[in-house]
Design a protein around this ligand. Structure first.
Ligand SMILES: [Zn+2]
Length: 476
């Protein structure tokens, strides 16, 4: 009989399946668990993450499967070991300490065993693996974002993967035995990056690297067609581009456990990549745009309108039964349309339909654009009797804009004036330009929410928001 029982991830999953699991209730209900996003995708653990002593605890399975680390469980010692690249973290159930590569560290909350599931402090683990952890007050959700760690170059390296002895003739399959999409072509036109796979869905993540300027596109759960390799031994290739933005497109089978394809665009200057179509399909079209300075090429002020929430993140539920995301988008589109009539303003939207955009991407969009102003639009929620309009800012460079905007906004709504307030909302915190977040009124208030979905009200408020933007930009 073995004294030490070390199970692999597979048997850990079997254990998890045999033990009773708690149902994952409505993720918007804070009592039922904390919504958790990784690289913009919402994770759906079978056991809800929960907050213990102000620390978000998530099931071990999330750490293993989603954050791409190896998890070992020592039953007798009640010890979990998490390994990712050179980092090895060891924790013991109910002990508020961890060891990172042999160095002891204190934990704010100890790992716990709940209904047979091990819950671990996600921030501690993620941050030690180079994953950014952000808590968003507006959505009450945790956002995990993989960041390029350390110096720029090693993260971008298009390295040859380890040979695991897989037969090259065998089609690649994922952990569940499903076929992995095969990328058949990677093409760069004047301003578009086109990626086509034979089947399945591609969900890339994009990040820029500077000095020299590069844009990195990682596509998890995908393999490259060997026909694309110009160097078979390193499973990589490259093409020279005639695009105005890109000099060379390089790509490789970056990882095979799990499968990841990496594409690196060597840039001629600074530009940003946004997906025009194809996310979650087999064909992607990315559009490159110049990320020039303020009143740059066009000589216009760039104003980013950010309708809060979207898609699976509905925001607050209005008393009249509609979602906040709907109100935010309707308001945002009205402001955008009015701004388009302004000769000195070039408006942009972080979303113009019912899609989900992670908070960091909203901020990054405005930063990459070198926007002059950022306006996030929301509806508030508390109790039925709550009423009033609020304008939020966070950075000191945004106080003036908040005051100017509120002077126009509050009288236009006709609701109670709850004033200008400072709060560390993510979108107004990470943006480099004056940035504000508007809580137009309370959707939890039946009267106020009925007014807020009224067309005439929205037009009036949109005009007031535009007036605030124009005054801030000193446009007569
Ligand atoms: Zn909101």
């Amino acid at each position: 009989m073995k004294l030490r029982l070390v199970t692999t991830l597979l048997s850990l999953l079997l254990i998890a399946l045999l033990l009773p699991a708690l149902a994952f209730a409505n993720p918007q209900d804070s009592d039922a668990g904390v919504p958790l996003f990784f690289n913009g995708k919402q994770l759906k653990p079978e056991v809800a993450p929960r907050i213990i002593k102000d620390v978000t605890m998530v099931p071990v399975r999330i750490i293993a499967e989603e954050l791409g680390s190896k998890v070992e469980w020592n039953q007798k010692a009640r010890q979990v070991t998490i390994t990712k690249k050179e980092t090895k973290i060891t924790m013991v159930i109910d002990q508020p300490a961890a060891s990172i590569n042999g160095v002891k560290q204190k934990l704010d909350a100890a790992p716990v065993l709940i209904a047979g599931n091990t819950l671990l402090p996600v921030r501690f683990i993620a941050e030690n693996m180079g994953i950014d952890v952000n808590w968003d007050d507006v959505t009450r959700a945790v956002y995990l974002t993989e960041t390029p760690s350390g110096g720029a170059d090693p993260t971008e390296t298009v390295h040859p993967p380890q040979d695991t002895g897989d037969s090259a003739d065998k089609p690649a399959t994922d952990a569940n035995g499903n076929l992995v999409p095969v990328i058949k072509s990677i093409a760069m036109t004047d301003s578009q990056l086109q990626i086509t796979a034979d089947s399945g869905k591609l969900s890339p993540t994009v990040f820029p690297l500077h000095g020299p300027e590069r844009i990195v596109v990682d596509i998890p759960n995908a393999v490259l067609d060997p026909a694309l390799f110009s160097d078979a031994s390193s499973k990589s290739g490259s093409t020279v581009s005639s695009s105005v933005y890109v000099s060379t497109v390089r790509y490789s089978q970056f990882n095979i456990q799990p499968y990841t394809v990496r594409i690196v665009l060597d840039m001629k200057g600074s530009a940003s990549l946004s997906w025009e179509s194809g996310l979650q399909t087999a064909a992607l079209v990315g559009v490159l745009q110049q990320g020039g300075g303020s009143k740059g090429g066009s000589g216009k002020y760039k104003v980013v309108i950010d309708p809060g929430h979207g898609d699976q993140d509905p925001g607050a539920r209005a008393a009249i039964g509609r979602d906040e995301k709907e109100f935010n988008l309707a308001m945002g589109l009205k402001v955008y349309n009015l701004l388009q009539q302004e000769s000195q303003i070039e408006p942009y939207m972080t979303r113009n339909d019912d899609t989900f955009v992670p908070l960091d991407d909203r901020g990054k969009f405005a930063n990459d654009l070198h926007a002059d102003l950022f306006v996030s639009i929301h509806g508030n929620s508390y109790i039925a009797s709550s009423t009033g309009t609020e304008t939020y800012y966070y950075k000191s460079d945004s106080i003036d804009f908040a005051n100017v905007m509120h002077k126009h906004l509050a009288p236009a709504t006709g609701f109670a004036d709850r004033g200008v307030r400072q709060e560390a909302y993510r979108v107004v915190k990470i943006t480099n330009m004056p940035a504000i977040l508007l809580e137009v009124g309370f959707l939890s208030n039946p009267t106020e929410s009925a007014t807020m979905f009224d067309e005439a009200f929205q037009n009036k408020v949109a005009a007031a928001i535009v007036a605030g933007i124009k005054e801030q930009l000193q446009i007569p």
